[in-house]
Design a protein around this ligand. Structure first.
Ligand SMILES: [Zn+2]
Length: 346
């Protein structure tokens, strides 16, 4: 955004080295300079509205430590890295509430009965303590109701963490080489697909808990759609900028698949008092994701002022923040589903 800073950061090393690596520089000086869009190798030319501050063909070590340097991927890395740390914290906060080792072992071996002392969960969004279920009270008044299994909730948390971490790794290291760039883009797309698939687990599992045939239909359907997406995006050509809208369309169609079980769930739960709160959370999630996708495809705002948003405020950073917010909204909805199922058996 500042032309003076721009020329210092970009032109100086580039003019001195003509875009090539300074191989025998003293260890104290920065070995690799940032380059402009025009100087990029063809495989890195993705967004022509971001003009400067690119890293190109950097060794892995330099790329790793560039997490602490300013370039046009710094905030792309940090937005999803902090999102990953946030979801890791949420996962730990939920797991740590399990006081008995047997519960943890049961979780690791796929079933996850929750004990009476494990039901208090911190709600990090509100900063309050939510009493998800008081088992002792339930066992006294409703002997048939037992706390619901947690594994679909943790599948979603794991999928979100995988997506956020693989995205950070992709943005940090994809400047290394064409080969690694392609592999990391595939990892990034696999991460997005995994997050979409795993997001379906808490709502589908808990809403249709009493009609398990819908688990197979809906969770099977989204898994097949997800695998198709991953296999399709393995083709290197589909990772190029030409297919940005196609990729967005594939991911959006996976998300829109959720409309079918969503409408179904609304019909069967019309009189459920929690309907409005879960609808509010899930609508917020949909708005965050769809708005994020619009930024991703349209490359607003940088297309209106190329070069102004190179370091901060470009579309991909906005997209990243909206993805984390969408996942947080879905986390909120999942807590409501858990609370409801802990109180209402089949
Ligand atoms: Zn990204």
């Amino acid at each position: 955004m500042d032309p003076t800073l721009d020329s210092k950061l970009v032109s100086e090393p580039v003019e001195a080295e003509k875009g090539k690596k300074r191989v025998q520089s003293p260890p104290s000086s920065p070995s690799y300079g940032l380059v402009s869009f025009k100087e990029l190798p063809e495989y890195m030319k993705d967004n022509e509205f971001i003009l400067n501050y690119y890293r190109a063909n950097w060794p892995l070590k330099e790329a790793l430590f560039s997490i602490f340097r300013w370039h046009n991927e710094t905030l792309n890395v940090w937005t999803h890295l902090l999102g990953f740390v946030l979801f890791l914290g949420l996962t730990m906060a939920n797991l740590i509430e399990v006081p008995q080792v047997s519960d943890l072992i049961a979780f690791l071996t796929s079933s996850f009965p929750i004990s009476g002392d494990s039901n208090v969960s911190q709600d990090p969004l509100l900063g309050t303590t939510t009493n998800l279920v008081d088992l002792k009270q339930i066992t006294a008044s409703e002997p048939d109701v037992s706390p619901v299994t947690r594994w679909p909730f943790y599948v979603f948390l794991a999928g979100s963490m995988f997506c956020l971490l693989s995205s950070s790794i992709c943005h940090l290291f994809s400047c290394h080489s064409h080969h690694l760039n392609l592999s990391l883009l595939r990892l990034d797309y696999a991460g997005i697909t995994t997050m979409i698939i795993t997001s379906f687990f808490p709502p589908i599992y808990y809403i249709f808990q009493c009609d398990p045939q819908w688990h197979f239909i809906y969770l099977g359907g989204i898994t097949v759609l997800g695998l198709f997406t991953i296999v399709t995006l393995l083709s290197p050509a589909l990772s190029t900028k030409k297919f940005r809208a196609f990729r967005a369309m594939l991911f959006s169609s996976m998300g829109l698949f959720g409309i079918i079980p969503g409408v179904h769930a609304m019909i069967v739960n019309w009189s459920n008092p929690r309907r409005n709160i879960t609808l509010a959370y899930e609508s917020a999630m949909a708005i965050f994701y769809l708005t994020g996708t619009l930024f991703y495809v349209s490359r607003v705002p940088e297309r209106f002022k190329p070069g102004w948003f190179d370091l901060t405020g470009h579309s991909h950073q906005i997209f990243h923040v909206l993805v984390v917010m969408g996942a947080l909204a879905h986390y909120g909805a999942s807590l409501v589903f858990l609370d409801w199922r802990d109180h209402h058996g089949c």
